[in-house]
Design a protein around this ligand. Sequence first.
Ligand SMILES: [Zn+2]
Length: 71
Amino acid sequence: MGVVTILCPRMGQQVSTGIELGRKEFAALSPTRHYAMRCWMCGGEHEWSRRWAYYVEDARDLPVRQPSYAD
Ligand SMILES: [Zn+2]
């Protein structure tokens, strides 16, 4: 199980979206469907889609902090 990450545009750092998926599930996400997340790193809200996301196979490679979603 890996984790979906995006690049925080403010901090320029790879941050976890808090979404854990298998590689196949990640590949099956629509590249045009957008998700909004509250970034735990900068406190801003970022929209992302698979096109801009980066799949990390091992979440231990990342800081273990989770963003919060509005709903
Ligand atoms: Zn951010």
